[in-house]
Design a protein around this ligand. Structure first.
Ligand code: SF4
Length: 361
């Protein structure tokens, strides 16, 4: 029997066809009819069958007794976990419990709908996830700029003609915070239609190899380069707010902030020649369909939040925020963002949200 499913192993969410014979998996292959992944899978999806059949796979709850583990029923295991939670909370208060969400929570609807309310019910301040390691700067930037930490714009890969990438290697990660399977084909399509891809990264990554241009910036200096690009945009009069005209607060404060950071002034720190900074700023600002995207490399550095915020500021002032071919705000599939009813009005009214540069608060 062949069933359709979604690979749960990463954000790309590729459609798969699983051929089964009872409990046995005969094969796993990409689903050509999945409109999103269009038949693509990476080797990890094919290896799901090995995971399923792995003799070491844990199939029942285990309870440790001294140095040994014994199998237990779900009822006994859940009671034991509940007792432990109550005991720790009584002794150490609600912050005595810490929660860690692994990536499977984000890729499993059942876990997502139940784990997050459960975590809120515990009311601990100590909540960690994969985001703690490499994504929080983006979330803080989204919160300060758009009003909710999950309103992170994603690149419109299908329609952009200029893809400016900071600190990301989507050819290997399969795209992160953009959910785009088969990145190699998607990047190739940009170039095939005459578009350009620029990668700013200290390392010549696989994505840099596949790009038109690699700008080898010094590590940790992205915020300076982004500020210099904004400096050029303001100095040259290339600001274009489009439908956000009149709805962006403190734009003058941003212009004032970046005035100090000319390409010439930051060049020694960034290692990027001033003429390269000016040229890329000009290409990006003048292009009708362009998207500036930053990811892990921006988040895991000293000025990660500022750099992430400046990426969106650059998109905003050049008219590439929430426009075709730019960085687009998504429409939530459900009624709310991350199951938080308070975010729903923000998600619905983003078109009229006031965007306030965090630096001016
Ligand atoms: S890129 Fe690979 S691991 Fe990620 S969803 Fe697709 S098949 Fe699964």
């Amino acid at each position: 029997m062949v069933r359709t499913a979604t690979c749960p192993l990463c954000e790309a969410s590729c459609g798969i066809l699983v051929d089964t014979d009872g409990e046995r998996i005969r094969s796993i292959r990409g689903d050509e009819e999945d409109p999103f992944s269009r038949g693509y899978i990476c080797p990890k999806a094919a290896a799901l069958a090995d995971l399923h059949d792995d003799p070491d796979r844990i199939r029942t709850p285990l309870i440790r007794e001294g140095a040994n583990w014994r199998e237990a029923s779900w009822e006994e295991a859940l009671d034991r976990a509940a007792d432990g939670l109550v005991r720790v909370r009584k002794k150490h208060g609600r912050d005595g419990v810490a929660i860690y969400y692994g990536n499977p929570v984000a890729h499993n609807l059942g876990l997502m709908t139940h784990a997050l309310p459960f975590a809120r019910m515990l009311r601990t301040r100590n909540v960690y996830s994969a985001s703690s390691a490499d994504q929080l700067p983006q979330m803080v930037a989204a919160l300060r700029m758009f009003g909710h930490l999950a309103l992170i714009p994603v690149p419109d890969l299908e329609r952009t003609d200029y893809f400016l990438i900071f600190g990301a290697n989507p050819v290997v990660s399969n795209g992160s915070l953009m959910t785009a399977p088969d990145m190699k084909s998607r990047l190739r399509a940009i170039r095939d239609r005459g578009g350009r891809i620029i990668v700013v990264d200290p390392r010549r990554t696989e994505t840099a190899e596949a790009a038109d241009e690699h700008v080898a910036i010094r590590p940790g200096t992205d915020a300076l380069l982004l500020a210099a690009m904004l400096h050029v945009v303001f100095a040259e009069g290339w600001v274009r707010l489009g439908r956000f005209e009149g709805r962006v607060a403190h734009i003058d404060a941003l212009a004032h902030l970046v005035r100090l950071y000319s390409p010439e002034r930051v060049a020694r720190r960034t290692g990027v020649a001033p003429d390269v900074t000016r040229r890329i700023a000009g290409e990006f600002a003048r292009m009708t369909r362009a998207a500036c995207y930053g990811r892990v490399g921006l988040c895991t550095q000293k000025h990660g939040t500022l750099a992430s915020w400046l990426v969106q500021a650059l998109n905003l002032v050049t008219g590439h925020l929430d426009e075709v071919g730019g960085m687009m705000l998504t429409t939530p599939a459900g009624k709310s963002v991350f199951g938080n009813p308070a975010a729903e009005p923000v998600a619905r009214s983003i078109g009229t949200a006031v965007i306030v540069p965090a630096a001016s608060r």
